[in-house]
Design a protein around this ligand. Structure first.
Ligand code: HEM
Length: 243
């Protein structure tokens, strides 16, 4: 590492580890302090038609984008090259699959935002925290898209030789801030807005991402019985002993 600027050190080393600490401890705190508030705070009861289109669209898109990030950030370029995947093929796949997921995600998000703003009952149930969360989520997605279109699609920057290396180094506790300091502005803004989103995450409805009904796998069956119409007339209580 040579002559790293203080700003780069703060933005790409100090801030990310602070956010990681807030993210982990924030979730622990929220679970202990507000276990019954660990929900999506669903607004389905107020409006369900637009929600039934926007929500699955957004969620399928974002899940696709999540797996795109796992591959793009987690798998070193040398590994895909070793498997015979050329740079051209890799980017073609990343951009076509990625953009399809992004269209679903953005389309879904626009429907959800439109619904939240135009339906008075849904808007009434929207807190200041929700608004900040939607803002950070939208900015993160917008800058991610701009970075992909302006740099990856046009081939002006290979994030697998910069951002991705920084990202993996972060988890091995040796992040090189210069890798991010030299990345194009849209990548920097994308990651900064993502960090801010992760920082507020535990205090918003996004905690629902870490809620899975795992108890369903092991809990006993719930037995439903219909009433036997022949017994309707019978008195409740012990059955008569028949001789
Ligand atoms: C520190 C965390 C993150 C890092 C390091 C990161 C990194 C990246 C990189 C390198 C790309 C470019 C991919 C390409 O050119 O093919 C990208 C795109 C994108 N990112 Fe992120 N990202 C992060 C968090 C997030 C989060 C939290 C979201 C959403 C809530 C998000 C949404 C997107 C979207 C929508 C795109 C465009 C992808 C596409 O067109 O398929 N990112 N991100």
């Amino acid at each position: 590492m040579t002559d790293v600027s203080t700003l780069d050190l703060l933005l790409w080393v100090v801030l990310p580890y602070m956010v990681l600490a807030v993210f982990v401890l924030g979730h622990v705190w929220r679970f202990r302090a507000d276990r019954f508030g660990w929900t999506t705070r669903s607004s389905q009861i107020y409006e369900s038609r637009l929600l039934s289109i926007g929500s699955p669209l957004f969620h399928f898109g974002i899940i696709g984008i999540f797996f795109g990030h796992v591959v793009g950030l987690g798998i070193p370029k040398s590994w895909t090259e070793f498997l015979g995947v050329s740079d051209h093929l890799y980017h073609l796949m990343a951009i076509t699959i990625g953009l399809a997921a992004a269209v679903a995600c953005v389309g879904g998000l626009l429907i959800l935002l439109y619904r939240r703003r135009t339906n008075t009952r849904v808007f009434g149930a929207t807190t200041a925290g929700d608004k900040l969360m939607y803002l950070m989520l939208s900015l993160t997605i917008l800058f991610g898209l701009l970075a992909t279109i302006v740099h990856s699609a046009l081939g002006t920057y290979d994030y697998r030789e910069g951002v991705s290396i920084w990202f993996r180094e972060f988890w091995t506790l040796r992040p090189d801030p210069e890798l991010m300091g030299q990345a194009p502005i849209f990548f920097q803004l994308h990651i900064l807005s993502a960090l801010l989103l992760f920082g507020i995450w535990p205090f918003t409805r996004l905690v629902h991402v870490f809620a899975a009904p795992l108890g369903y796998l092991t809990r006993p069956y719930i037995v439903y019985r219909s009433k036997d119409p022949r017994k309707e007339a019978e008195r409740r209580g012990w059955e008569k002993v028949k001789y």
